[in-house]
Design a protein around this ligand. Structure first.
Ligand code: ADP
Ligand code: MG
Length: 284
């Protein structure tokens, strides 16, 4: 059982001079346990799509079948603006309490969510507004995670964070996914999508122009003809290929490129012993 969108369209300001079709015939499925990236440039319809997933907007036409995902948790862009309680723990407990959980149960849920975002007991009593940007962001994500959503949807979760915090937030999300949580990540960064997601849905002007694994989407010529932007490692692999190196197709991460190069440059013995050939001779 998956979460399915079938021919979903959404029009803003219907019947006014500002009428705008933000989504047009969008269909795709989200499998349990997957890490889905919703990619596309600004204005392509990503935020509209996640608002529909959360049920904040009704599709103008088409169907959303939530399947096993009746509880969708949405972390808005810059969610730290919504922190409002006097302590971190109270803030993260707010969701479970609002859902009707007793205070002790809500506390356990909040503590567990905070721990999975790398925030230990030293944070519980702190004022959320006095935290660093990266800490605020993690508290805000914990505030949605504490409600134990079947699918965690995040709109640009690393926007505005420094590289260290960016990597930390993503590695925590990856841990959550490995522990079984279904995650939907909205991002305009193809590098993040290629590195962390196992399923990419690429939107352009409200249409799905590509849908598949990152290596499929970022090497599929039909999709590329649709003008999708590529992760930097896919572009580098392409440049190397054009320069004459027989780099395999479907590479879009630094690990993938490293492996591709290793296969070209190492003999079997070196690969076994995990050593590289120093002079860069091609594998015979
Ligand atoms: P993205 O998140 O990919 O940047 P959005 O879903 O925010 O895209 O926007 C898709 C399109 O819908 C854009 O053309 C945008 O201008 C328009 N749009 C978004 N929100 C509104 C709104 N509240 N009212 C009218 N138009 C909107
Ligand atoms: Mg957006």
């Amino acid at each position: 059982m998956s979460l399915d969108l079938v021919d979903v369209s959404f029009v803003y300001d219907v019947g006014t001079p500002f009428e705008r079709m933000a989504l047009d015939g969008v269909s795709f499925s989200i499998e349990p346990g997957s890490f889905v990236g919703i990619a596309g440039s600004s204005g392509s319809g990503k935020t509209t799509l996640v608002k529909i997933l959360k049920g904040l907007l009704e599709p103008s036409s088409g169907q959303v079948s939530l399947g096993p995902f009746c509880n969708v948790g949405l972390v808005f862009q810059c969610p730290e603006f919504q922190l409002f309680e006097s302590t971190v723990l109270k803030d993260v407990m707010f969701g479970p309490v609002n859902m009707g959980f007793e205070s002790e149960a809500a506390k356990c849920m909040a503590i567990e969510a905070l721990a999975s975002l790398g925030l230990d007991s030293s944070f519980w009593g702190r004022d959320p507004l006095a935290l660093s940007g990266g800490e605020k962001r993690r508290v805000a994500i914990a505030g949605v995670l504490s409600m134990n959503p079947h699918v965690l949807v995040l709109d640009e979760p690393a926007a505005g964070l420094d590289p260290t915090m960016h990597d930390l937030v993503f590695s925590l999300l990856l841990d959550l996914n490995r522990a079984g949580k279904t995650i939907v990540l909205v991002s305009h960064s193809m590098d993040d999508i290629a590195q962390y997601c196992n399923h990419v849905v690429y939107l352009k002007d409200g249409h799905v122009v590509a849908d598949g694994t990152p290596s499929y989407v970022f090497s599929n010529s039909e999709a590329l003809d649709a003008g999708i932007s590529k992760p930097s490692m896919a572009s580098l692999a392409n440049d190397l290929r054009n320069a004459g190196l027989p780099i395999p197709s479907g590479i879009c991460t630094i690990d993938g490129l490293e492996k591709g190069l290793e296969e070209l440059f190492c003999c079997d013995r070196c690969t076994k012993e995990n050593k590289r050939v120093p002079k860069g001779q091609l594998k015979p």
